[in-house]
Design a binder for this molecule. Structure first.
Ligand SMILES: [Fe+2]
Length: 439
C-alpha cells in the first residue's frame, strides 16, 4: 500500500502558539489520542486483529476508525491541502456513517489483516501530524467553527476506548491460555467495600432534553416534559464478590433471576459463569501447595475458567457441572444454598441418559506461568465420558482405591495432591484418563 503522504513516527512538532485556543485543543487531542495507544501497549500484534464475535471489533480497527473520524470530519473538510494516503481506508474504517460513504461489513472486521498494525499506527501518526498542522495554521474564526466537531471527535475516541477494552477482554476470554489485558492491582484487593444501599427517588415530572444552549445532537431535542416513575439507584456498582455470590447460589441455573432474552442467551451460549468449580478447586490447589511445603512458592496463584459448547447440549453439560458437581462445601454450609442445592442436584436415577454420559468428554488445559507471565509448562488432562458422571465416577473410585491401598498412613484434612500425588496420577492413567505434562 502507498504511504506517500504518511508522516513518519516522531514527526509531531511542539506547538508554537502556547496558551492559545489552538494549544488547548491540541493538548486535549494529544491526551486522548495517547491514551488510546497506552491502552493498547500491552498487546502483541496478533491480539490487535482478532474479532471474537460480530459485536466485537479488533483493536486495530478501533485505532484506525477513530483516526478516520478526524480525517473525514476535520481534515477533509477544513484542510484543502490534505490528501489521504490510502483512499480505501475510508471504506474499511467507516462504521455507520452512511453520509460518509460505503462501509465494510462490521462482522467481517476480523478478516482484515491489512493494513498491518504498524501501518495502522502510521495512519494514526499521519492524522495526528496533520491535525497539529491544521490547528497551528487556523485563525480564530476557523478554530471556533471546528471546535464542536473536534470535541465530538475526542468524545468519539473516548467512547471507542471503552469499546476497545471491552472487546479485547472478550477476545482474551476465549483463549485457553488466559492472556491478561492488565495484571490485577493487588493493592486494590485489600480495600474494604462499604455495603450497598439504595437511594430512592419519588415520582416526578421533569423537563428533559437539550435546553438550547451550546451544541447538541438532533436526538437530544426538543426539550419536553416527562413523567418519571419512582425508582431506586444503588449507592455503588455491583462488586465482583457479589457476582460470585450470585454464581455460587446457582444464579446461572435459575430462570427467575433473568429477563427472558438474557436467559435465552445464557442457555444458547452455554453460560455457567466463570468456571463454577474454580472457587472450590483453587482453594484445594492452594491448600495442596501449603501442605506440600510450598513447592510452587508462597506467592503461587491458581485459577480455573471454563469453555463450554454452544447450544442446548453445551448448556445441559454446563448446568450438570455447575449444579450437580459444583455446589462447593462453602456454599453448602449456608442454609438457603443447601436447600437450593437439594432442588438442583439430580436424585438417584435422574440425570443425563446413557448415550449422553458415554458420548461426553472432558478436556482440561493447565497453563503454568512465572512471575513475568511467561509460560513455563502446560498440562493436558482429557478423557472420555461425561465429566459430571462417567469421568467423575472413575476419579472417585480410583481415589478411594488409592487412599485404601497406596496412601496408607495418610490422614486428617488433606487434598488429593498432598495425600495421593503421583500414585493417583498412575491410577487415573491406567483408568484411561490422559494426563500429559509439557515443560
Ligand atoms: Fe465510532
Amino acid at each position: 500500500m502507498s504511504s506517500a503522504s504518511v508522516v513518519e513516527p516522531g514527526a509531531v512538532r511542539p506547538l508554537q502558539t502556547e496558551g492559545t485556543q489552538a494549544a488547548r485543543l491540541l493538548a486535549r487531542f494529544r491526551q486522548v489520542r495517547d491514551f488510546s495507544e497506552r491502552l493498547s501497549e500491552s498487546l502483541e500484534p496478533e491480539d490487535y486483529v482478532v474479532q471474537s464475535m460480530p459485536d466485537v471489533s479488533p483493536t486495530k480497527w478501533h485505532l484506525a476508525h477513530t483516526s478516520w473520524f478526524f480525517e473525514t470530519f476535520i481534515l477533509k473538510v477544513w484542510m484543502p491541502s490534505y490528501r489521504t494516503a490510502v483512499p480505501q481506508y475510508a471504506f474499511l474504517f467507516n462504521s455507520y456513517y452512511n453520509a460518509a460513504g460505503d462501509m465494510h461489513r462490521r462482522d467481517l472486521r476480523g478478516l482484515i489483516s491489512r493494513p498491518t498494525v504498524a501501518e495502522t499506527y502510521r495512519f494514526r501518526q499521519s492524522i495526528d501530524a496533520h491535525i497539529q498542522e491544521l490547528l497551528e495554521s487556523a485563525d480564530d474564526e476557523l478554530l471556533d467553527e471546528m471546535e464542536p466537531v473536534f470535541t465530538i471527535g475526542l468524545h468519539h475516541e473516548q467512547q471507542h476506548q471503552e469499546l476497545l477494552v471491552t472487546d479485547i477482554k472478550h477476545v482474551f476470554s476465549h483463549n485457553p491460555l488466559h492472556p491478561v489485558f492488565r495484571p490485577r492491582d493487588e493493592r486494590q484487593e485489600r480495600r474494604e467495600i462499604a455495603p450497598a444501599s439504595y437511594l430512592n427517588f419519588e415520582e416526578t415530572i421533569l423537563d428533559i432534553g437539550h435546553d438550547g444552549r451550546g451544541f447538541s445532537y438532533d436526538n437530544e431535542g426538543p426539550r419536553h416534559r416527562a413523567l418519571v416513575p419512582a425508582f431506586s439507584l444503588a449507592t455503588r456498582p455491583v462488586t465482583n464478590g457479589e457476582y460470585l455470590a450470585f454464581i455460587e447460589a446457582g444464579g446461572y441455573a435459575q430462570s427467575e433471576w433473568w429477563l427472558s432474552d438474557g436467559w435465552d442467551h445464557c442457555r444458547d451460549e452455554g453460560w455457567t459463569a466463570p468456571f463454577f468449580m474454580d472457587t472450590v478447586n483453587s482453594r484445594v490447589v492452594h491448600r495442596s501447595n501449603a501442605l506440600l511445603g510450598f513447592p510452587y512458592g508462597r506467592d503461587f496463584k491458581y485459577e480455573e475458567r471454563m469453555v463450554v459448547g454452544r447450544g442446548v447440549s453445551g448448556f445441559v453439560r454446563a448446568t450438570v457441572m455447575s449444579t450437580g458437581m459444583a455446589i462447593g462445601p462453602r456454599a453448602l454450609s449456608i442454609g438457603p444454598i443447601r436447600a437450593l442445592a437439594k432442588r438442583f442436584i439430580p436424585a438417584p436415577g435422574e440425570g443425563p441418559p446413557k448415550e449422553q454420559r458415554e458420548g461426553g468428554s472432558f478436556d482440561v488445559h493447565v497453563v503454568g506461568r512465572n512471575a513475568r507471565g511467561e509460560v513455563v509448562g502446560t498440562c493436558k488432562i482429557s478423557g472420555a465420558g461425561d465429566p459430571g458422571y462417567t469421568g467423575a465416577a472413575k476419579m472417585v473410585v480410583e481415589s478411594a482405591l488409592c487412599l485404601s491401598r497406596d496412601a496408607q498412613g495418610a490422614g486428617g484434612v488433606s487434598t488429593p495432591a498432598a495425600a495421593m500425588g503421583d500414585a493417583l496420577i498412575l491410577r487415573l492413567r491406567e483408568a484411561g484418563i490422559v494426563i500429559d505434562v509439557f515443560q
